[in-house]
Design a protein around this ligand. Structure first.
Ligand code: PBG
Length: 319
């Protein structure tokens, strides 16, 4: 009795109501994190072509935007900073009055309930654009660890609820965990050397001056290695494992989901967003439908939480 004509899967697809009853994956705003970029100045909202609707904002404008997001029901933000000046070390990353630290203090006092997550990395702050200490063209691992830990600690001092190291140095989760025993660490564990970060690097002004990030980020061809990264990050004290980008790596999200019992995050990156935006602007795709399908696919693959530039739109779409 299991084959056609007794079994007809179309029976449950006939109406919206029936489809809703049997839907396996639902989008819930609570699981989404909105990335924002803080820049110096006052009253600054600087739109950037590659990432429509996102752009950079001075701290006052960031606070205003956070208010809009909170009113729409968004629960969590991921903060990036564009410093006034960059230097060889990336000292703007951990300064007490650095751009992210100032943004955190303002957001913390104005919007005490929002979950504030910070991206911990040096690439927006170094003059060379790499994620760590650069010597003779090489990013030096162990010396970078202390700077990353210092950066994470300064974020927590300024009010961050959780830190998200995105640099891909070996041992960085452990170095941060040692300084911050009580802070949730959302580790960018399976972060690939991807072509899909292009628009982000325009917004964050973080394109490496020379070379690329393949010496520290994962090779897109490797999935088993991603599981090793995850295992190490958990051993070092990570609370959440992240896969990034999301759509080209759904198999990795699924593998991480099946291998570990901790929460799994996915980062629906700038290139994934920009592709849909660009196609929609030319009338090739319906943005809302393509975005909802993308986000549903990421959840279906096994992500518990999703970092996405569509979070604000999603709040309106679900609202
Ligand atoms: C910092 C960082 C990057 C992204 C998040 N954190 C850029 C990179 O590694 O080059 C990418 C985010 C996106 O593309 O949306 N290291």
């Amino acid at each position: 009795m299991s084959a056609f004509p007794a079994t007809r899967l179309r029976r449950l697809r006939r109406t919206d109501g029936l489809r809703g009853l049997v839907r396996e994956t639902r989008l819930d705003l609570d699981a989404f994190v909105m990335p924002l970029f803080a820049c110096p100045g006052e009253g600054v909202v600087r739109p950037l072509e590659g990432l429509p609707g996102i752009g950079q904002r001075s701290v006052d404008e960031l606070v205003r935007e956070a208010g809009e997001l909170a009113a729409l029901g968004v629960q969590a933000l991921l903060l990036f900073g564009i410093p006034e000046e960059k230097d060889v070390e990336g000292s703007g990353a951990w300064e007490d009055d650095g751009i992210v630290q100032r943004a955190l203090r303002a957001l913390r006092s104005e919007h005490p309930k929002l979950v504030l997550v910070t991206d911990v990395c040096l690439c927006e702050y170094t003059s060379h654009g790499h994620c760590g200490v650069l010597r003779d063209g090489e990013v030096v691992n162990d010396e970078t660890l202390e700077l990353l830990a210092r950066t994470a600690a300064s974020h927590v001092d300024a009010g961050a609820d959780a830190v998200a190291p995105s640099d891909m140095m070996d041992g960085r989760v452990g170095a941060i965990r040692e300084l911050l025993p009580e802070t949730p660490i959302i580790a960018y564990s399976a972060k690939y050397a991807s072509a899909f970060y292009g628009p982000f690097r325009e917004v964050a002004e973080s394109t490496p001056q020379e070379g690329d990030r393949r010496g520290y980020q994962l090779d897109p061809a490797n999935a088993r290695e991603a599981l090793r990264e995850c295992e190490l990050d958990l051993d070092e004290g990570a609370d959440v494992l992240m896969v990034k980008p999301a759509l080209p790596y759904l198999d990795v999200i699924r593998a991480v989901r099946e291998s570990f019992s901790c929460p799994v995050a996915a980062y629906n990156v700038s290139g994934e967003y920009a592709m849909v935006k660009a196609a929609a602007a030319r009338g090739y795709l319906d943005e809302r439908a393509a975005a909802l399908e993308s986000l549903t696919a990421i959840k279906r693959a096994g992500a518990d939480l999703v970092f996405s530039y569509w979070t604000k739109d999603l709040a309106r779409w679900l609202g």
